[in-house]
Design a protein around this ligand. Structure first.
Ligand code: AMP
Ligand code: ZN
Length: 483
């Protein structure tokens, strides 16, 4: 596939260090609150990317951290620890908060058909590893102790700004924002690897270390977790675009200084979900969650569909009107799938292969998910039998994960139950082989007869006959069987 690489600012052919295997890392959530649907936009797009690579035949090892310590309110080492903030807000312990919101995150992911990564590692579970790497960085001269904390010395690097789509002034905003300048830093961009002089006396989680009791900085966790579970060469690193600086920039600095060779070859950044008032963010307080969408009657997968309709490298504007449009289109799509007849002959292998080739090219062009969705419509309107359509749609859904066939089956069952209920006053019962689609046709025929639309009733009987179904009228209902 071709993928835009934020480190080289080019679309490149995707390559891996070990042929056939992808070492993939994703920055996980900071579990001090519910994930908002903006965070989940990033995870949806990363999920499609992982599934597409698997679809292409790669063996993927996907690793994700859970940030349960050390992420301060500003990404540039200032402000309060976000976890502590969450614990205070809810009057609970930091670990209780972490457990609760980690579970909530994976519940939301499940509702959005986001697969759980192969490895999920909370930061608090790997402190010894962080201490090992920080010690080595000091040993190699890349880190120094000042005022009790350990800092990474960015002046030791040949170049620090990697994702320099913006000028240095813009990039430095993360460091300057809300500043209370840290006097211990030797250089403006130096960052904390290990805190002992916590700005908060009540920092809940602390560990012993060679530099005193303290806790890790945020950036070190991702480098260490990836190096431990993905190995020394990372093929693909993902996150929202706000993570590019300083978080990912700092990850590269530490990892390459530690390893002594280039670390990650491809960087995938998802652009933001915005509202009319700007980027959706947890710290603003007001944000939308999957549960809220459900409360308002939306199927979470309609939100996934909404995300797939736009490209990950463009900002996406959320509005209820936009979501309504996506939800309507998703419902119509399911209806069209539900109208396809199962068991309609053999799938046409040649036609299926052609559809697949087009899907691979389209989605493989920098993860063009909206073209992937267009491929679904192309299949639906193609002059091939329903068996082929169903097989191809199921195949594409391994990547898009819109539960197309499952939702269609549920819709058919619902419609059959509704039709049954509608016919109930006359006490009409159907005995058959438990196929809701056939039951629905048998009922339609009975209703046509009741309405004295005998031509319509005969048409349905012929349609059933063509499918090998024989219907016999019995008192109060009908019996059908395959002949
Ligand atoms: P956090 O839980 O704040 O550490 O963020 C989890 C993930 O969501 C990170 O990859 C962020 O870059 C990403 N993210 C944060 N805000 C948004 C947004 N409004 N739209 C898309 N992704 C976001
Ligand atoms: Zn990270």
């Amino acid at each position: 596939m071709y993928l835009y690489n934020s480190a080289t600012h080019k679309k490149e052919e995707f390559k891996t260090h070990t042929p056939g295997r992808v070492e993939m890392y994703t920055c996980g959530p900071t579990v001090y609150h519910y994930a908002h649907i903006g965070n989940l936009r990033s995870y949806i797009m990363e999920d499609v990317l992982e599934k597409f690579l698997r679809y292409e035949g790669y063996d993927v090892n996907r690793v994700m951290n859970i940030t349960d310590v050390g992420h301060l309110a500003s990404d540039a080492d200032t402000g309060e620890d976000k976890m502590l903030k969450g614990a205070k807000r809810e009057n609970k312990s930091v670990m209780d908060i972490a457990r609760f919101y980690t579970d909530a995150f994976f519940d939301d992911c499940a509702k959005l058909n986001i697969k759980t990564p192969d490895v999920v590692q909370p930061a608090t579970g790997l402190i010894d590893e962080f201490i090992k790497v920080v010690s080595a960085l000091i040993g190699k001269g890349y880190a120094y102790v000042a005022g009790g904390n350990v800092y990474f010395d960015t002046s030791k690097l040949d170049h620090y700004y990697v994702f320099n789509d913006h000028d240095e002034e813009d990039l430095a905003v993360g460091v300057r924002e809300g500043v209370e300048e840290d006097q211990n830093k030797r250089n403006k961009n130096d960052f904390v690897l290990w805190f002992t002089k916590s700005k908060f006396e009540d920092q809940a989680l602390k560990w012993d270390s060679p530099w005193g009791v303290g806790y890790p900085g945020w950036h070190i966790e991702c480098s260490c977790i990836s190096m431990k579970f993905n190995g020394e060469y990372l093929d693909l690193h993902c996150g929202g675009v706000d993570n590019a600086f300083p978080h990912h920039t700092n990850e590269i600095a530490q990892s390459e200084a530690y390893l002594g060779h280039p670390w990650c070859s491809q960087w995938f950044h998802v652009h933001h979900l915005n509202t009319n008032s700007g980027k959706m963010s947890k710290s603003k307080g007001e944000f939308l969650t999957v549960s809220l969408l459900e409360e308002k009657g939306y199927d979470p997968l309609a939100y996934r569909f909404f995300c797939l309709q736009s490209h990950y490298r463009k900002g996406l504007v959320f509005s209820w009107e936009n979501l309504d449009n996506a939800a309507g289109a998703y419902q119509k799509l399911i209806k069209r799938v539900a109208a396809l007849r199962e068991g309609d002959g053999q799938a046409d292998e040649n036609a299926a292969a052609q559809f697949k080739e087009k899907f691979l090219t389209q989605v493989g062009s920098d993860l063009n998910t909206s073209m992937g969705v267009t491929c679904l419509y192309d299949v639906l309107k193609a002059p091939v039998n329903d068996a082929t359509k169903l097989a191809v749609l199921a195949d594409f859904d391994r990547v898009l994960s819109l539960s197309l066939l499952e939702k269609a089956a549920a819709l058919r069952e619902k419609e059959a139950a509704q039709a049954k209920a509608a016919a109930a006053p006359g006490g009409f019962t159907i005995q058959g082989e438990g196929d809701p689609a056939i039951d629905a046709l048998v009922l339609q025929r009975a209703q046509a007869k009741k309405a004295k639309d005998f031509a319509g009733a005969d048409r349905i009987r012929d349609e059933l006959k063509a499918q090998g179904i024989e219907v016999t009228d019995v008192p109060g209902g009908a019996v059908w069987k395959r002949v």
